[in-house]
Write a protein that binds this ligand. Structure first.
Ligand code: GLN
Length: 247
């Protein structure tokens, strides 16, 4: 055992856990344990007030509009603390509903709801919902990132905000620009559920490495045997990019 740990705050799993999002936490924990590192996981429920001072990685999943609203009110009260965590290089992964919360605002019906303003984006709505399997190309991962999306929201990035990647199959941020997600410093926002990390080990390791680098000044990770994970990724890439599945 190296004695190193990664402290993971999983925000509001009882409200934000669409399409297996909590599987991302299992993946992070396992990839640490397989390397003799210790995952310290705090499941933060809506009645808790998390402190981001002693956290290395924050995860926010997706949820219905109703659940998102409850969470947003709660998180807005901690906007400054979360912003300080992010400014200090804190690692944050936010999926779908969680991703929408990172921006300046999002639309709930006709109501414009204030977001956390951590990254320069906003979300409005469109019809139809953007639903289906997705594959994107991203510098964050050696393989295409694959998964599943289902969102009514259309997310628009500010000019200086880097998308997470380019859509190879599926819809992404708005179904028009061909871009998916956002990536700024150690903040990654994405519409990709599925859950995201089991089939995309490169993404999981990029986040873990960044968290270890920030905490210990050394983000090196021992390689793992990812043959099963990469085979699962490849099946989906082949299916989506061969034209076998229609958008
Ligand atoms: N409620 C949001 C939307 O529909 C997010 C849904 C999700 O997390 N999948 O846009």
């Amino acid at each position: 055992m190296s004695g190193k740990s990664v402290r993971i705050a999983h925000l509001y799993p009882e409200l934000l856990n669409l399409y297996g999002d909590s599987g991302n936490i299992i993946t992070l924990a396992k990839r640490l344990e397989w390397r003799g590192l210790t995952p310290e996981i705090a499941e933060v429920s809506i009645d808790d007030t998390p402190s981001f001072k002693e956290v290395d990685l924050v995860f926010i999943g997706g949820g219905s509009d109703r659940e998102q609203r409850i969470v947003c009110d709660k998180l807005l009260a901690q906007k400054a603390e979360l912003a300080a965590y992010v400014a200090d290089g804190g690692v944050l992964l936010a999926v779908c509903g969680g991703y929408q919360l990172l921006g300046h605002s999002y639309l709930m019906g006709d109501e414009k709801v204030e977001g956390l303003g951590l990254v320069d984006l906003y979300t409005d709505r469109g019809n139809p919902r953007l639903i289906g399997n997705i594959a994107i190309e991203s510098d964050l991962s050696p393989q295409p990132i694959v998964g599943y999306e289902n969102h009514g929201g259309r997310t628009h990035l500010g000019a200086g905000l880097r998308p997470l990647g380019k859509v190879l199959f599926g819809h992404g941020n708005d179904g028009i620009t061909g871009y998916e997600g956002c990536w700024q410093d150690n903040v990654v926002g994405t519409y990709i559920h599925g859950p995201l990390l089991p089939k995309n080990p490169g993404v999981a390791d990029a986040l873990l490495s960044a968290a270890l680098e920030r905490r210990y000044g050394d983000g090196a990770l021992e390689p793992l045997d990812d043959s099963v994970e990469l085979a699962a990724n490849q099946v989906m890439v082949d299916r989506l990019l061969s034209g076998e599945e229609k958008e």
